[in-house]
Design a protein around this ligand. Structure first.
Ligand SMILES: C[S@@+](CC[C@H](N)C(=O)[O-])C[C@H]1O[C@@H](n2cnc3c(N)ncnc32)[C@H](O)[C@@H]1O
Length: 181
């Protein structure tokens, strides 16, 4: 996840917590399996929303000694929903998170990642978007996420969804008008 805005200070590990309103449009559109993980769960904002919807949730975070990029196991039957660390201007950590999440959820899970709205436009990212048969939906948030009270950022975001069971690329594109407090 990347946050831009004149008054925003960079946070270590991109520790920006996702407001619950940003998760609602995803859950209104995509159904997830009973078990869902956020592998960089921070303060657990996404997991709380999923739990309230009846999912069994699990999480970890580098600040608690868990490094998802070094994770060696698969999570069959689990889906991944997260707002990953971005990794500087190039977004290379976010790309690594998408690739790792696709590996651990294979062969039948779903992955949803909250990322900048133009994240799929980089030529080097075709491997996870245009060339990936499992990239199945992009949900564009029409209102900017408020990461901090009384401050709006200058980056627009979208949920990107991959589904191992689907080979329906090109993906569907949806627009969500969600108000942020
Ligand atoms: C943008 S925050 C999102 C937190 C939470 N997923 C949410 O949406 O509210 C990114 C989180 O990734 C964690 N993180 C960074 N690198 C990580 C890694 N390699 N493995 C696990 N967590 C990591 C950070 O500590 C931070 O909590």
């Amino acid at each position: 996840m990347t946050v831009r805005g004149a008054d925003y200070k960079r946070k270590k590990n991109d520790a920006y917590q996702t407001p619950p309103e940003a998760v609602a449009p995803l859950l209104a559109t995509i159904s997830f399996s009973e078990r869902v993980c956020d592998p960089c769960s921070g303060k657990g904002n996404i997991l709380r929303v999923l739990k309230a919807k009846g999912h069994l949730v699990g999480g970890g975070d580098i600040t608690r000694g868990y490094d998802f990029l070094l994770h060696k196991f698969r999570w069959p039957g689990h889906d991944v929903v997260t707002n990953p660390p971005f990794g500087g201007r190039s977004g290379k950590t976010a790309v690594a998170f998408v690739k790792r999440a696709l590996e651990v959820t294979a062969p039948e899970g779903k992955v949803a990642m909250l990322l900048p709205v133009d994240f799929d436009s980089g030529g080097s990212r075709e491997i996870i978007f245009g060339m990936c048969p499992h990239f199945s939906a992009k949900i564009i948030l029409l209102n900017r996420i408020r990461w901090f009270r009384n401050q709006s950022g200058s980056t627009n975001h979208a949920w990107y969804v991959w589904n191992h069971k689907s080979n329906q690329n090109p993906p569907i594109i949806l627009y969500a008008k969600q108000e942020f407090k």
